[in-house]
Design a protein around this ligand. Structure first.
Ligand code: OOG
Ligand code: MG
Length: 261
């Protein structure tokens, strides 16, 4: 697919997001859309946002847990791009207005302190990650039916990324048993989703390893100072006005967000 088509489809998704008007999956009209096209469309979409002043601060991995792959009926990990404008401050407010059908999910996030490129080991990933945080991602697919799309559809749509919130406690990842952390997400005081952190890629640091491999396929590196969302440990939860959502991750404290109309 030529670059002009990538730009055109990026514009269509961008409008859907800005107007909060969902569209049919791109593969309806472009059944031959490849994963390579999809990442090119995603990159064009990010260019539209940075041209309006947004600043890229990291990447999100998605579909790194069995629970999510099952919920979305898709079978391999994907990535998307995070901008500073997508961040909600810890304990902050998320307004539903302007979004389509947002859902929230429990994650952990890393901050890198050096560039990572290509095939790296778990130890190299740990060495390069200065800190780990509790985090929640707010997804919002720009497609009419959140559930039924193909991998190229979701990748073109920035892997459904919408907003995210990071906990205020940062710890060096080597201080924790990263794959054995209890994670529990509550809405209005009631537990809605819980899992062990091993649900994320077997060990959340392996999401960073996988991300570097995916980036290498596009000749890209993970810049120093990036935030990396490792992917959800459980299925996502649909947000309602009035929801007070809190994630607690063993050793990483709690992070919360209040949902309003
Ligand atoms: C795709 C994005 C999945 C995760 O953490 O697994 C994701 C989707 O569910 O629409 O962000
Ligand atoms: Mg996610």
């Amino acid at each position: 697919m030529p670059m002009t088509n990538h730009q055109e489809l990026a514009h269509v998704l961008d409008r859907a997001r800005l107007d909060a008007q969902p569209i049919p999956p791109l593969t309806r009209t472009h059944p031959d859309l490849t994963l390579k096209d999809a990442y090119a469309i995603q990159a064009e979409g990010v260019r539209l946002r940075t041209a309006r002043g947004e600043r890229v601060i990291g990447l999100k991995m998605g579909l790194t847990s069995e629970a999510k792959r099952k919920q979305m009926n898709l079978d391999s990990p994907v990535y998307g791009v995070l901008t500073q404008q997508m961040q909600v401050s810890a304990g902050g407010v998320f307004r539903l207005q302007g979004f389509i059908h947002p859902k929230i999910e429990p994650e952990v996030a890393f901050r890198t302190s050096r560039e990572l490129r290509g095939r790296i080991s778990r130890e190299e990933a740990l060495d390069a990650c200065a800190s780990v945080f509790a985090a929640m991602e707010i997804l919002d697919s720009r497609y009419l039916d959140f559930k039924y799309f193909s991998l190229p559809d979701v990748v073109a749509d920035n892997s459904s990324s919408s907003m995210f919130v990071l906990g205020s406690l940062e710890r060096p990842p080597r201080e924790l048993a990263l794959a054995k952390l209890d994670m529990s997400m509550e809405v209005n005081g009631a537990a809605v989703q819980s899992a062990l952190s091993s649900a994320i890629s077997g060990d959340p640091i392996l999401s960073v390893v996988q991300l570097c491999e995916l980036l290498a396929e596009r000749d890209e590196a993970l810049p120093a100072g990036s935030i990396v969302l490792a992917g959800a440990a459980t299925a996502a939860h649909m947000l309602q006005p009035g929801d007070e959502v809190r994630l607690t991750v063993e050793g990483l404290g709690s992070v919360s967000v209040s949902v309003t109309r």
